[in-house]
Design a protein. Sequence first.
Length: 273
Amino acid sequence: MSSNAHNRDVIVYVVSDSAGDTGDLVVRAAAAQFHPIVPQIRRAPFVTDEAALAKVVELASGNGAIILYTLVLPHLREAMVRLGEGSSVETIDLLGPLIHSLEQKTGIPSRQEPGLNHVLDEDYFRKVEAVEFAVKYDDARDTTGIKKADIVLVGVSRTSKTPLSMYLAHKKYKVANVPLVPELKPPDELFAIPKERIIGLSIGVHYLNVIRKERLKALGLPDSASYATAERIERELAYAKEITDRIGCFTMDVSHRAVEETASIIMERIRGS
């Protein structure tokens, strides 16, 4: 077999006392430097004893594979070193040296708990899922999200519904928001979910008038448009109050409130419901 052919047949065993996601990602990142050659990645996750390690080493020895391991437990790392040396299998310890260095620098022993990074991954993916949810169900483009949401924000235009949705999404809440416009019938879904999940956003007429005028200027439009007139705003706010009163939901005034402050009040309200 030529050297080139041999390289194309590289097999890497990813051994872990957790799911093995970290090792898998590292192998793929390294392999990207050898495109189009793609090594075969074979996972051995949730390894708990030396017998399981010995089995992987035996397989790797039989096909000339490399072993990359992310073992948190010291006795498993020591066993892997011993087994690898005894079988002339190349083994790469991804976590051990770094854990040792961190222990030396901090003076604190590691927790030796496999899977802690997986908990962080789950947290991260829940946040991503919530952000994607907020984008999909922004401005009631798809009203089916109302029934799936943890929080539904309702209010007239420019009451910070979208910024609030995104902020709350980063706190892992799935948020849908619905604009209340006199000319549009509110979605039926608003009256089919628990009112505790709905938050009404109100705002002062003068404050909203200033915000809307600035918005029109930013769009290159005259600030005299009906969208920014006090009469139009009063009509919209009266309509919005009529809807939130029908729902019976909690309503808060967002005038002069930062998004973070409003979100904090909403989260406290939701947690207590």
